[in-house]
Design a binder for this molecule. Structure first.
Ligand SMILES: *[C@@H]1O[C@H](CO)[C@@H](O)[C@H](O)[C@H]1NC(C)=O
Ligand SMILES: *[C@@H]1O[C@H](CO)[C@@H](O)[C@H](O)[C@H]1NC(C)=O
Ligand SMILES: *[C@@H]1O[C@H](CO)[C@@H](O)[C@H](O)[C@H]1NC(C)=O
Ligand SMILES: *[C@@H]1O[C@H](CO)[C@@H](O)[C@H](O)[C@H]1NC(C)=O
Ligand SMILES: *[C@@H]1O[C@H](CO)[C@@H](O)[C@H](O)[C@H]1NC(C)=O
Ligand SMILES: *[C@@H]1O[C@H](CO)[C@@H](O)[C@H](O)[C@H]1NC(C)=O
Ligand SMILES: [Zn+2]
Length: 419
């Protein structure tokens, strides 16, 4: 995973916008809402803010061009994201609309992307981690006819009382998209005969542990030469973690990973899916290519480790509607694991200031994060590992596997106490 700065950037931008412009809002945007009037979110008349007066813009380096009442998007990467906020990064209550209303997007161009609705954390606070807490997304291509998209709001499995933004992401083509209008309308505004597809199952995206006082390490990838060190640290610190492992590395005898992860399993750690060849799955053009990444990973786990798991972490944290749906096609109720604590080894491990990893870790824990991402690819990260484990212990959190921290009834019982 190499991308995770998008929302901290977002936070900065939101702060700038809200600080600079206390916006006089049009009256139909403050509660109580008039449910028979469209809730117009964005008409792209102003590059700085949307029709609600809140921030909108591109993230992760998306190229855009604003025109008269539209924005052109030129996506080049599945992580590119165009975000339009329902609130100044607090919580917007969409519950009154949930069962009766539709998200309407008037657009032109490619339909090879996802449309997402994000949910804020319980604090409704963008400075807490995770922000957002989760999100659900659908494939634009399934809901588009001509130049319109109508998505029933209930198709998004999020807590609608804590909606925070609508976004366009998961691009799997570099064909441009033009957005003209984003709004929430009642069922009676959907053109007669407009075909609305059934909802397709997809997995839930989790960025935090639900068990009170729990903390989990999700460790992805790794250099074979550090594996024994990592194992020893975990043994000495008496903690269990979750490893996200790619199929290809497991099959490669030179890595010794089949033995390493076999032993990790015997010691009680969790081993979970991380694709077959570590590509950005959502960016793959064909569904068959996504399928192969999932199926081969599952097959290697079965053949080499003799295990099955519902847990998956997308390489690079890259995710969209198609990957989620394909996971749900092969795995019943997949648990898609992101993170709320990022040690930022991808940024600092091999820099001149590797100690920034400690700062990043502490910062995210202080903001309330309790599910970490890290790798054992660099000696500097492995060197810090014991220290961050002890830091978590000093905060009186209990370290456990991700399935345990999510209170999965199928997870092994906790082994307590820890010192
Ligand atoms: C994963 O979490 C990070 C940090 O909260 C966030 O920046 C990133 O967008 C998330 N990705 C997904 C797929 O949820
Ligand atoms: C909104 O409505 C209230 C009372 O109905 C009024 O006092 C206020 O000026 C209105 N605000 C705007 C921005 O129109
Ligand atoms: C809500 O909007 C409709 C349509 O614009 C209007 O006829 C109605 O009077 C509004 N209701 C309230 C309570 O403002
Ligand atoms: C809409 O798409 C068509 C076909 O790609 C293009 O010719 C037209 O200029 C586009 N219109 C706008 C407003 O972007
Ligand atoms: C391979 O991993 C196993 C299990 O951890 C370990 O016992 C063994 O020493 C490793 N072999 C090599 C060559 O590193
Ligand atoms: C952790 O628990 C100990 C003993 O109960 C207490 O002294 C300490 O203040 C707690 N630390 C935190 C960070 O809550
Ligand atoms: Zn990875």
């Amino acid at each position: 995973m190499l991308s995770s700065r998008r929302f901290s950037l977002l936070v900065i931008l939101i702060t700038l916008v809200t600080a600079a412009a206390p916006n006089p809002l049009p009256n139909n945007t403050s509660p109580p809402y008039n449910l028979s009037t469209p809730l117009i979110i964005d008409t792209f008349t102003n590059p700085q803010h949307n029709a609600l007066g809140f921030w909108h813009g591109g993230l992760e380096g998306l190229t855009m061009e604003y025109g008269h009442n539209y924005v052109h998007l030129y996506p080049k990467d599945p992580d590119h994201n165009y975000n339009t906020q329902l609130s100044p990064a607090t919580c917007f209550n969409l519950l009154p609309y949930r069962t009766t209303h539709y998200l309407h997007v008037h657009f032109n161009g490619s339909t090879k992307f996802s449309v997402s609705l994000s949910q804020n954390n319980v604090h409704c606070d963008s400075f807490r981690s995770p922000f957002p807490e989760t999100w659900d997304s659908v494939e634009a291509s399934r809901y588009a006819r001509g130049n319109d998209i109508y998505i029933p709001l209930w198709h998004f499995y999020v807590d609608h009382s804590r909606a925070v933004s609508v976004s366009f992401n998961g691009f799997y083509s570099s064909e441009p998209v033009t957005l003209h209008r984003v709004e929430i309308v009642s069922a009676s505004s959907v053109p007669r005969g407009f075909p609305v597809p059934p909802r397709v199952d997809n997995g839930r995206v989790l960025l935090r542990c639900s068990r009170p006082g729990a903390f989990a390490f999700g460790i992805d990838d790794g250099q074979p030469r550090f594996a024994q060190d990592v194992m020893q640290i975990l043994e000495e610190e008496q903690v269990l973690v979750t490893f996200f492992v790619v199929g290809m590395g497991l099959r490669d005898l030179e890595t010794n990973f089949s033995n390493v992860y076999g032993e990790m399993l015997r010691r009680g750690h969790q081993v979970a899916l991380h694709s077959d060849t570590h590509r950005k799955l959502e960016g793959l053009e064909s569904v068959e290519a996504i399928d192969q990444e999932i199926v081969e990973n599952i097959k290697s786990f079965r053949q080499i480790l003799g295990i099955e798991t519902r847990y998956f972490r997308p390489p690079y944290g890259t995710l969209g509607a198609r990957t989620r749906q394909r996971l749900a096609n092969y795995i019943k109720d997949p648990q898609i694991i992101n993170w709320s604590v990022d040690i930022e080894d991808w940024l600092w491990a091999d820099s001149k200031t590797p100690e920034k990893q400690r700062e990043a870790f502490v910062r995210d824990v202080t903001r309330g994060g309790n599910l970490a991402v890290m790798h054992f690819l660099s000696p500097t990260t492995v060197h810090l590992f014991r220290e961050v484990i002890r830091f978590v212990k000093s905060m009186n959190a209990t370290i456990m596997r991700i399935d345990q921290c999510l209170e999965d009834p199928q997870s092994p019982p906790l082994k307590l106490p820890q010192s």
